[in-house]
Design a protein around this ligand. Structure first.
Ligand code: NDP
Length: 284
């Protein structure tokens, strides 16, 4: 059994990115990420500060636009549009969740797909569905694909079972695996007898948010397991997969923490790099 080390892969990707960014900057390409945060949610503040630190580490310019809890929809949309119309800004991200009085959907719609480094926009999801090369992918599933690639895990023809169908993790992961020639089954809360599906998985992806939903008896020998779940119980973090039991059968498995989690911000940096490169290509 091999542990998939997300911290190590993330470090490797950041080092590669840093070199690529330097090279691109030498030919005049700009990379700048604008992160808009509204209110004082402590968890969001930590995420935003980690995003800014990540940008600094790989050489991407970043700005954090801090707006008060009382920001109106109009003020938020104005701040987004200013960045949409600023050619020096290559990536825009609105930190979610927004305070309840704001309509996140209509705000996010203002970000054009080419600057949507979270990969959440209709345009990027459409491109992913159509298997277009210039899509910016949702960061957590994109990170899971990079982990599989890093460990040279064969995907074509494999049966991938994805548990969870959210718009930001499960659904895009299913599409990305389909794009990699897997045969994909997507399970969700209405799937009866989940184990009937998970037992047939060559690749098992969990993105549910339920501690230890997947146990040893629900998987087959040799399965590759990617666990995106983050479940905080009594100050400790657990995955959706019972690591101790399932790792007895798995050929590869991500731990929680230290597996999928470290990849998410790294893939945001990667998307910001791609957005800058795509912007250069459009200008030529
Ligand atoms: P959501 O709550 O949006 O989606 C959860 C999904 O799980 C839904 O599709 C739901 O089905 C399904 N589900 C719920 N219960 C069951 C069940 N008993 N059996 C099968 N499927 C079930 O969560 P997210 O996708 O946003 O996040 C999933 C997990 O990943 C969370 O723990 C979250 O914290 C973590 N996460 C980690 C990230 C990282 O950086 N590592 C980033 C984003 C999320 P239905 O659609 O029918 O309701």
């Amino acid at each position: 059994m091999q542990i998939i080390d997300g911290k190590l892969v993330s470090k490797t990707i950041r080092e590669e990115l840093s070199n690529k960014i330097k090279e691109a900057q030498e030919r005049g390409v700009q990379f700048k990420l604008s992160v808009i945060i509204v209110g004082n949610d402590p968890a969001s503040e930590i995420y935003v500060s980690n995003k800014a630190k990540g940008c600094h580490e790989v050489g991407i310019l970043s700005e954090t636009v801090k707006m008060s809890e009382n920001t109106t929809q109009e003020e938020l949309e104005k701040a987004i549009l200013e960045r949409v119309n600023d050619n020096s800004v290559t990536g825009i991200l609105v930190q979610l969740p927004l305070p309840k009085h704001l309509d996140s959907q209509s705000a996010l719609k203002l970000i054009p797909p080419e600057k949507d480094v979270d990969g959440f926009s209709d345009g990027n999801v459409g491109k992913l569905t159509l298997f277009k090369n210039d899509a910016l992918f949702s960061c957590t599933p994109f990170g899971m694909i990079k982990l599989l690639e890093h460990y040279n895990i064969p995907l074509a023809g494999k049966h991938a079972v994805v548990v969870g169908r959210s718009n930001i993790v499960g659904k895009p992961m299913s599409l990305m695996l389909l794009n990699k020639d897997c045969t994909v089954t997507t399970c969700h809360s209405r799937t009866p007898n989940l184990a009937d599906f998970t037992k047939n998985a060559d690749i098992l992806v969990c993105a549910v948010g339920k501690k230890h939903l997947i146990t040893e008896d629900m998987v087959k020998d040799g399965v590759v397991v990617l666990d995106a779940g983050i479940n905080r119980v009594d100050g400790k973090i657990y995955g959706d997969v019972d690591f101790d039991g399932v790792s007895r059968k798995a050929s590869y498995i991500t731990p929680v923490p230290g597996g999928v989690g470290p990849m998410t911000i790294t893939m945001l940096l990667y998307n910001t790099y791609l957005a800058g490169i795509n912007n250069e290509t459009r200008r030529v």
